[in-house]
Design a binder for this molecule. Structure first.
Ligand code: PLP
Length: 375
């Protein structure tokens, strides 16, 4: 059996997908070529790409007025590509950012190169919530507290902070915040396809594929069509959403193999009962792990309960001097990549779609055993 892989990204892929890719590696469907060797404009790859887009649209119930783009450069490049495309939208040159952790902070910093960028809200300070003192970036700023400028070109948030393990899904109606014309732009890299998305609340959603949707190399972008067509003159041609959308993601050579593997992941997701089916599994996994963390005095998760991520679960050992032993024993037990991000410390279990409940149970069993031996 393969070990259980808790990497935050690039992360575990469904075994069925890897096996199918292996079987098709040298000869895709009898055409005599591997997917890596085909023209992106040939009929085989066009079919692969069209099916990937159709399956993705079906899985997330993407409305017709949204374009789906397959881009490159990851979410990090998108942090620049999106202001280059959107900040000129209404002539204000302004955009507002909600800061909830490392990734949204990086997005904010990058956008500062392109316009008048302000902080709409931040959880970068400690806060007293529900009688508990929450450390910086272990909670999410409630939408009622956001200050969004009514003439901002967009407001940005990260809906799942992969490093802090903070998730935010009740996307607000910005009309209620006095900003009816401001679209919400969301970095959903680390929980895309793990639960349904309310497209009525967003103008644009983007996600690097390598957490939950496929291998590194392709970025998924969903953008309301009326927001396309406002790129600044300095925006690189290949990153202007108009060009990418008009060419159906083939303005230049797309990351063909990454799109193919993502397409296999989409078909696998459909076999799991779609997003509704995988969400049920994700809830069960999160309950199993958080349930144990909460009952054990040996481990703790630092995140404000309503903001806990279903995908990324950071935890600390009460006795941090046991960290090295924990990681070494975990690896021995076939539980890989549990070390927390260096900025947070401790451990982190990323339990994306492709991690089955059996893997989470194996982790909990190991943690119980480790606690018995050291507690
Ligand atoms: C991983 C991650 C990124 C960065 O993705 P790259 O593909 O490395 O650019 C950005 N945002 C979030 C939320 C992430 O999880």
């Amino acid at each position: 059996m393969r070990p259980w892989n808790f990497s935050a990204g690039p992360s575990v892929l469904p075994l069925e997908v890897l096996q199918q890719a292996a079987a098709e590696m040298t000869d895709w469907h009898g055409c005599g070529m591997s997917v890596m060797e085909m023209s992106h404009r040939g009929k085989q790859f066009m079919q692969i790409c069209d099916e990937a887009e159709a399956d993705l649209r079906e899985l997330l119930a993407v409305p017709d007025d949204f374009a789906v783009l397959f881009m490159q450069g990851g979410a990090t490049a998108e942090n620049a590509i999106l202001p280059l495309n959107l900040i000129g939208r209404n002539g204000s040159g302004k955009a507002d950012y909600v800061l909830s952790g490392s990734w949204s902070s990086k997005s904010y910093k990058e956008a500062g190169r392109y316009g008048d960028i302000a902080v709409a809200a931040s959880s970068g300070e400690a806060a007293e919530l529900d009688g508990v003192r929450q450390a910086p970036f272990t909670w999410f700023p409630a939408a009622e507290t956001w200050r969004v400028r009514s003439d901002a070109a967009y407001v940005h948030l990260c809906s799942n902070e992969t490093i802090g393990g903070v998730e935010f899904v009740q996307w607000p109606d910005l009309a209620g915040l006095g900003a009816p014309d401001v679209p919400l732009v969301v970095d959903a890299s680390s929980h895309i396809l793990s639960r349904p998305i309310d497209f009525s609340r967003a103008g644009m959603i983007y996600a690097g594929a390598q957490k939950n949707a496929g291998p590194a190399g392709v970025t998924l972008v969903f953008i309301r069509r009326d927001l396309i067509g406002h790129a600044l003159p300095i925006c690189p041609t290949a990153f202007d959403y108009v060009n990418v959308a008009e060419a159906k993601s083939m303005f230049n050579t797309p990351p063909t193999y990454a799109i193919y593997i993502a397409g296999l992941v989409f078909k696998w997701l459909k076999r799991q009962g779609g997003v509704a089916g995988i969400e049920r599994a994700n809830i069960a996994k999160a309950q199993a792990l958080y349930g144990y963390l909460d009952e054990s005095p040996f481990y703790a998760n630092p995140v404000h309960r309503p903001a806990r991520s279903r995908m990324n679960v950071p935890f600390i050992l009460a006795d941090e001097s046991l960290n090295q032993a924990f990681l070494a024993d975990a690896e021995q037990a076939g539980l890989l990549q549990l070390k927390g991000h260096k900025s947070v410390g401790g451990m982190r279990a990323s339990i994306y779609n492709a991690m089955p409940l059996a893997g989470v149970q194996a982790l909990v069993d190991f943690m119980q055993d480790f606690e018995k031996r050291h507690g």
